[in-house]
Design a protein around this ligand. Sequence first.
Ligand code: PBG
Length: 325
Amino acid sequence: MLRRPRRLRYTDAISSLVQETRLHAHDLVLPLFILPGSNQKESIKSMPGCERLSLDLLLKELTALHKKGLQAVALFPVIDKSLKDLTGSYGLREDGILPRALTLLKKELPELCLISDVALDPYTCHGHDGLLNNVGYVINDETVILLTEMAKLHAASGADIVAPSDMMDGRVLAIRRSLDSAHYNHTLILSYTAKYASSLYHPFREALSSHLSSGHKKTYQMNPANKREALVEASLDSEEGADMLMVKPAGFYLDVIAALRSATSLPLAAYQVSGEYAMMQAAAQNGWLPFESVLMESLLSIKRAGADIILTYGAKTALDLLNDP
Ligand code: PBG
């Protein structure tokens, strides 16, 4: 045999020399849930190891994680039911928990990259990402106007990156124009470009109490059967001025990540969502899979498929393992 591929795996050092993909702490973004009040901490049943934290505890936690190499966080507010309404009006309040969190974190940890979620669903009583018409259809253009206001509020509060996660048409261009007209031309837009109508968001909706009161999100989120459609969304987002694109979920959609990687030169993110994390944790708690190595393999695979940036609830575990393998 002239070719013996196993020679390249003969020792750990050789294997490492020829390793094609590597994970780095700087690839990771930790999504976090913010509670109102102070000294509040709640576990999330379906997401072991993840907690909802009030801002004071969140700051403590992030100070420690930032020292360990965490560079970026994606923030999601937990809104009390009594504050939710049909139009998600709490989402535009300057004294809301997300704007206050952005202000405090930008002041205390100025080098940490803050990614804010721009969408109505945490704030609406029906749990949809947009305004509903009289037959319960999510109306696009009126929703987009609210998103532009929300994006400006987040930028003013300290968000480095605004991330519209709603899948309304035309929102990237509208947000870019509104940010620029308010002189936030340095604020980046990370677009949830190909966000699928997935069953894997279930634990996240438990975490935020944002379960749908009726209907489904299939008139705005994408059909899991479609890949070409993701390319259409990507070219629109890119023309509309998105700085970064995202595929969500990640693990079931590696082909979509790979397709977008070859179709665009923009930085590409992937969101390993709550259901992906819950599956790994549940199997580990049963003693059926080793959590740490499965997590690292899943993250490496997402990167190998073409993602530059990975949002994952496993970021804390991954950081520890990357710092001390
Ligand atoms: C909604 C939003 C969702 C997630 C992030 N933003 C859920 C949804 O679309 O219902 C899910 C994230 C996860 O499951 O981890 N704007």
